[in-house]
Design a protein around this ligand. Structure first.
Ligand code: NAP
Length: 485
């Protein structure tokens, strides 16, 4: 990818705060870095507490007219945005790769995934329905209506800068809610470019407001405590999510939380091992391994562990690591140095406790936050890597003998976002799918994300669902009206 093209693209992205349909300056700015080389891409406006309040003012001012906008009109704007995003897929992909490092192919896949939320919720916008019934005891009639919950604060992470935004913005807009979006400080450009696209698609002023900031804590807390805000939707770490739930408790603010994961990937003795290896590569390596849905623990039946481990190591060794903007690169740099250090520490701890490195394991020298695709065999169950979110390209493998043991091991975590398993036995598939403690289960597939399905976790992985029809409900209140006549 030419440096010229990257430069032109970055210069075309607005760098102000997007409030009330205008691009505004702030008192300060902050730098956005390319993790492949540590260079500054550009500087963006750094929202203050006052800017945050101005964004909520704008969202509140636009709320009544947006709620009253015909569903068909809301749907048309979302459809237009979908078409425009697909047309500009290459630009959005390059922008994401530049600001967070994953390879272009992964970024392109994210544009497709992110755009599908616009299409799905454009379709759902015109299917918001209530209910009418005769009360069981007769006399009264029972009616429900669905109404937009009101102004929303959306907070998104850096690992999927586009899709985590569209997964919240599209249903909120479909429901008739206005939004203040606080993107991750490491990846504000994608959110700003997407806000510009929505404005071009016809979204009225103030319906979406975007406030990049390096003071997430102060700016968001003030908004959460503002009684005009009606909903908080957050995707990020469990620690921050917990803090936000505490802040929201005082006002009993409606919250949706998409938090961390520690996904088990079980391979049973009756599995198609080649298919399991292919699925493992997807489950592990999507988005550089920096995904909440990333397979974090490979739990493999002892009779197929050698075959699976050998195949997985061969596939991992074959991946090309490099600057994500170069075609042919499979694994880009991790988002920052802290991420690399965390991965390296988890690997060192596992090795110290007896794990064997069968691929990767050594950090390359030079610039950029790189960590090689790594496979660890015979990982002891008490190694930290089995209990922490890795968020990097490392696959730890442990073995089991009995189905019950695999299930117990899979469920032995505070998290419960997604689980994967491979088997050719239908009875086992049903039994295990029911027994796994997670919001989502992938059976014989290494990917579950689908805009038409409810995405979300149990236990400390979160509250609520995004996508599917459930994703729209998160932005609607059900009002029951009892009628006698
Ligand atoms: P993070 O540190 O929790 O940050 C997420 C977002 O919260 C960022 O915008 C961040 O802003 C903001 N934030 C941080 N502290 C805050 C505070 N005190 N008040 C308000 N906002 C605050 O998570 P991350 O490292 O960016 O993302 C990785 C995590 O997200 C992983 O745990 C991953 O599993 C999870 N994730 C979950 C899903 C899911 O659907 N379940 C999807 C993707 C990622 P700054 O950028 O300024 O820190």
């Amino acid at each position: 990818m030419s440096a010229h093209r990257s430069h032109d693209l970055i210069s075309s992205v607005p760098t102000g705060l997007f409030i009330g349909g205008e691009w505004r300056r702030s008192a300060g700015t902050f730098a956005v870095e390319n993790p492949a080389n540590g260079q500054t891409l550009t500087h963006v406006a750094n929202a203050s507490i006052q800017d945050g309040t101005a964004a909520l003012d704008a969202a509140c001012a636009a709320a009544p007219s947006w709620a009253a906008t015909d569903p068909r009109e809301r749907s048309t704007i979302l459809s237009r945005a979908f078409e425009m995003l697909v047309e500009r897929a290459d630009d959005f992909a390059l922008l994401m790769t530049l600001e967070m490092g994953k390879p272009l192919a992964e970024s392109r896949a994210e544009v497709t995934y992110g755009a599908e939320f616009l299409r799905w919720f454009a379709e759902e916008a015109v299917r918001i329905r209530g209910m009418y019934a005769v009360a069981p005891s007769g006399g009264s009639r029972l009616m429900t209506m669905k109404q937009p919950v009101g102004p929303v604060l959306a907070i998104t992470p850096w690992n999927l800068p586009l899709a985590m935004a569209t997964r919240k913005i599209a249903p909120a807009l479909a429901a008739g809610c206005t939004i203040v979006l606080k993107p991750a400080a490491q990846t504000p450009l994608t959110a700003l470019a997407f806000a510009a696209l929505l404005a071009e698609a016809g979204l009225p002023d103030g319906v979406l407001n975007v406030i990049p900031t390096t003071r997430a804590g102060e700016v968001c807390e003030l908004l959460i405590r503002d009684d005009r805000l009606r909903k908080l939707t957050f995707t990020g770490s469990t620690d921050v999510g917990r803090r936000l739930i505490q802040q929201s408790a005082e006002r009993v603010l409606k919250v949706s939380m998409e938090l961390g994961g520690n996904a088990p990937f079980i391979v049973f003795d009756d599995a198609d091992v080649d298919a399991a290896i292919a699925g493992a590569m997807v489950a592990k390596m999507r988005h550089n391994g920096e995904a909440c849905t990333a397979a974090n623990r490979f739990i493999v039946h002892e009779s197929v562990a050698k075959e699976f481990g050998r195949g997985l190591a061969a596939h991992m060794r074959a991946l090309k690591v490099g600057d994500g903007t170069e075609e042919g690169v499979d694994v880009g740099p991790l988002v920052d140095e802290r991420a690399v250090k965390k991965v390296a520490l988890l690997v060192a701890d596992a090795v110290e406790k007896g794990a064997k490195v069968t691929a990767g394991g050594l950090r390359p020298r030079g610039v950029g936050h790189y960590y090689p695709p790594t496979v660890l065999a015979d990982v002891p169950r008490d190694a930290s890597i089995m209990h922490s979110e890795i968020f990097g390209p490392v696959a730890p493998i442990t073995t089991f003998r009995h189905e019950q043991d695999a299930i117990a091991l899979a469920n032995n975590t505070e998290y419960g976002l997604v689980s994967y398993f491979y088997t050719r036995d239908l009875s086992r598939a049903m039994r295990v799918a029911e027994a796994l403690e997670s919001g989502m289960v992938g059976v014989n597939q290494g990917i579950v994300s689908n805009p038409a399905a409810p995405f979300g976790g149990v236990k400390t992985s979160g509250l609520g669902r995004e996508g599917g029809s459930e994703g729209l409900d998160e932005f609607l209140e059900t009002k029951y009206v009892g009628i006698k006549f």
